[in-house]
Design a protein around this ligand. Structure first.
Ligand code: NAD
Length: 338
């Protein structure tokens, strides 16, 4: 690879625009060579604003472009599998947003193809790069709370995404709780072996059309006997609320705070503070750090730290939770070798 990595971003929606802007302005060692979106004007707007040399609606042409060394896939989840396969065939390094795909077979196939081709593919589980989650993982690993016994996570979105997004999202367990399933594996350093999931539509009636829910709870069992619970909600009208806790034999470690700024207001009505409005603000630094690491690893020739095996396992847990919700029973996971 050249000293600066020539990179292309595919998909310039809610998150793709941010990833592309981070690559254009905040990440060292990268040359944002091309941006692509099926909506041609979006790519043109971005390219004009950030002086990107190439912009197009022809996604395949960008993947196959001889000067593009790495692609960042931020398109709707239903398109990930095909784009990853094209990028592997074109011998490009890949960063792909979560989930890697919506079906277990496809996830397994992707992982196999990545391994066979010895391709670089990094999955966008950005919570692993959030300074608080990262520090928690380090402290758990060095034994600060003893042996982990219980994992707890709360993930609440301030509102439900639009219907057009929900349609292709794979439902709440796969679209949203998947972040918690991944961070559970990361913090507990263990595999989830059984899930029992429940859910309901308590606010956004249109979700019923897609058999989706806006309030969910997954009880998880880990291989070493630890357990946990994960709440997923689209109904936090007060703001974006992401927290986790690992209770160990010698203590507990809590991650996440509601306050966006170190700012408290005291007046006759009481004491108040602000709240993160959404994922863009809460994980602003994590989104930069994961792409910095992506580029730095490509420059050094290092392996991916968030692999398609991680992507596959998170999809497996999310699909098991979805089945558990649908069939109202506990579902075991056996992670067949891939
Ligand atoms: N890691 C996170 O925190 C996080 C947050 C949000 C979204 N995501 C993931 O990122 C992906 C995109 O989500 P989003 O919220 O940005 O979606 P979005 O709907 O806002 O944007 C998708 C963009 O892709 C474009 N597009 C559609 N099909 C395309 C194709 N075949 N090729 C190129 N462009 C195409 C659309 O025109 C749109 O601009 C999803 O997989 C989602 O799960 C991850």
């Amino acid at each position: 690879m050249a000293e600066k990595i020539n990179c292309a971003v595919l998909g310039l929606g809610r998150l793709g625009w941010l990833h592309a802007a981070n690559l254009a302005e905040r990440v060292a060692g990268v040359n944002l060579l091309a941006v692509a979106d099926v909506v041609a004007e979006r790519a043109a707007d971005f390219a004009a604003q950030y002086a990107v040399p190439l912009h197009t609606a022809d996604i395949d042409a960008v993947i196959e472009h001889p000067d593009v060394e790495a692609v960042v896939i931020v398109t709707p989840t239903t398109t990930h599998a095909a784009l990853i396969q094209k990028a592997i065939a074109a011998r490009k390094a890949i960063f792909v947003e979560k989930p890697i795909t919506l079906s277990l077979d496809e996830a397994r196939t992707i992982d196999q193809l990545v391994q066979q081709a010895n391709a670089y593919c990094q999955v966008g589980f950005m919570r692993r790069y959030d300074p608080a989650y990262y520090a928690a993982a380090e402290k758990i690993r060095r034994g600060d709370i003893g042996k982990p016994l219980y994992f707890k996570a709360v993930s609440r979105d301030p509102q439900c995404p639009p219907e057009a997004y929900i349609r292709d999202s794979g439902r709440l367990f796969l679209d949203m709780s998947i972040h918690d399933f991944d961070i559970a594996r990361f913090l507990m350093a263990d595999e989830v072996v059984e899930v029992t999931a429940m859910g309901a539509v308590v606010k956004n009636a249109f979700l019923q059309t897609y058999a989706d829910v806006d309030q969910a709870l997954t009880f998880v069992r880990f291989a070493n006997g630890a357990t946990g619970d994960i709440e997923g909600s689209r109904n936090a009208g007060y703001g974006y609320d992401i927290r986790a806790e690992v209770v160990g034999t010698e203590g507990t470690i809590q991650v996440g705070a509601l306050s966006q700024h170190a700012l408290h207001i005291f007046n006759k009505r009481g004491a108040t503070h602000d709240i993160f409005p959404g994922f863009i603000e809460r994980f602003a630094s994590a989104y930069v750090l994961e792409l910095e690491d992506f580029i730095a690893r490509l420059q050094r020739g290092d392996a991916s730290p968030v692999t398609t095996d991680d992507g596959y396992k998170a999809v497996a847990i999310a699909l098991a939770a979805t089945r558990s919700f649908d069939e109202q029973r506990a579902v075991k996971l056996d992670y067949q070798p891939v």
